[in-house]
Ligand binder design. Structure first.
Ligand SMILES: [Zn+2]
Length: 328
């Protein structure tokens, strides 16, 4: 079945419940609904989205002033008394017009998709005047982090394999991440690139970080013992089973989380769910001292391979706080 407009989580079970009024009396309430479903056309913008569906990128160019609209939102120039605009086929590459922000905490409609990056792409660079296309940016090097999508980098247009005629049918990837033989391919499809197994970033091994790492292992072992005595921490870990390899410039380890417990092995285990990387092991010492690994990702100190690894962070971030609140 195709995806429905209203998601199941917006629904409520039938029935009544009690609610306490301001006057202290009990009132009866019932679950009901009010929804309006409607269909809306993209109007003049349809031509642009139909082209996307066919894996093409088009703009509209004014026959009088020469300005190019990207996306082709209208076919009559608003600056030239609605003069006719002609279709121009756009290249499948562009330049990032400004450094793109990374969305970590998205609005309701994008929950589960973070972290993601959106930016303005300058595509019709050969034209005198052209607008920039706001669109999704993706990298094949793990989850987006500071320094990847900076102003001025060259981008390659990539189409989703399955398209429906929406701006989400396309995204842009840094050109330097595209294999040379695919750089001029148009259209290029998502399935031709590898997003699943990003290469680990190069670590700067630094012998000065060794003592920091040794101290970290000690603190992690102390923390595992505290977890055993903290009901809140055990609740955080309940039902979770993870093996996370961690590589740092001072040394490696593996977090093993199972049976409401946390264990640490002083090397990267052969089998892991994923491996995360931080140049400085202090990133984890800071976390134990009530810092946050999510913040470390935002600041670019911690590298993660995937969204799956990101979703796992809030659980780890809760642990030191739970231990402290239980007074262990
Ligand atoms: Zn014009």
């Amino acid at each position: 079945m195709s995806e429905m407009v209203l998601r199941p989580e917006f629904n409520l079970p039938k029935g009544t419940s009690e609610v306490l009024g301001k006057d202290g009396k009990t009132y009866l309430q019932f679950n009901s609904s009010m929804a309006t479903l409607y269909q809306q056309t993209y109007g003049e913008h349809s031509r642009f989205f139909l082209a996307l569906r066919d894996a093409k990128l088009i703009g509209s160019k004014c026959t009088q002033c020469g300005q190019v609209m990207v996306s082709a939102a209208t076919w009559n120039c608003p600056f030239c008394n609605f003069a006719e605009m002609k279709e121009v086929v756009l290249p499948h590459k562009g330049i990032l017009a400004q450094t793109a922000p990374i969305t970590i905490f998205p609005s309701q409609s994008f929950i589960g998709q973070a972290p993601f990056c959106r930016g303005y792409v300058d595509i019709a660079t050969q034209e005198k005047v052209a607008s920039f296309l706001p669109s999704r940016l993706r990298t094949t090097t793990g989850i987006p982090r500071p320094g990847v999508f900076v102003k001025g980098i060259e981008l390659k247009l990539v189409f989703k394999d399955k398209r429906e005629g929406s701006i989400l049918d396309i995204f842009w990837v840094p050109m330097k991440e595209i294999p040379k033989k695919l750089r001029n391919k148009a259209p290029l499809f998502e399935s031709e690139l590898n997003f699943e197994n990003p290469k680990l970033p190069k670590l700067k091994i630094n012998k000065n970080l060794k003592p920091v790492y040794v101290k970290l292992l000690q603190s992690l072992n102390e923390m595992s013992l505290k977890v055993l005595k903290s009901p809140r921490a055990q609740k955080d870990l309940a039902g979770k089973k993870y093996r996370i390899g961690v590589k740092t410039g001072g040394g490696d380890f593996t977090f093993i989380i199972e049976k409401n417990k946390m264990k640490v092995e002083p090397k990267v285990a052969k089998k892991t769910d994923f491996v995360i990387v931080a140049n400085n092991p202090k990133t984890f010492n800071d976390w134990i001292n009530d810092g946050s690994l999510t913040d470390a990702v935002i600041e670019g100190k911690l590298w993660l391979p995937s969204r799956e690894a990101f979703i796992f962070l809030p659980m780890l971030d809760r642990l030191p706080r739970s231990i402290r609140r239980d007074g262990v």
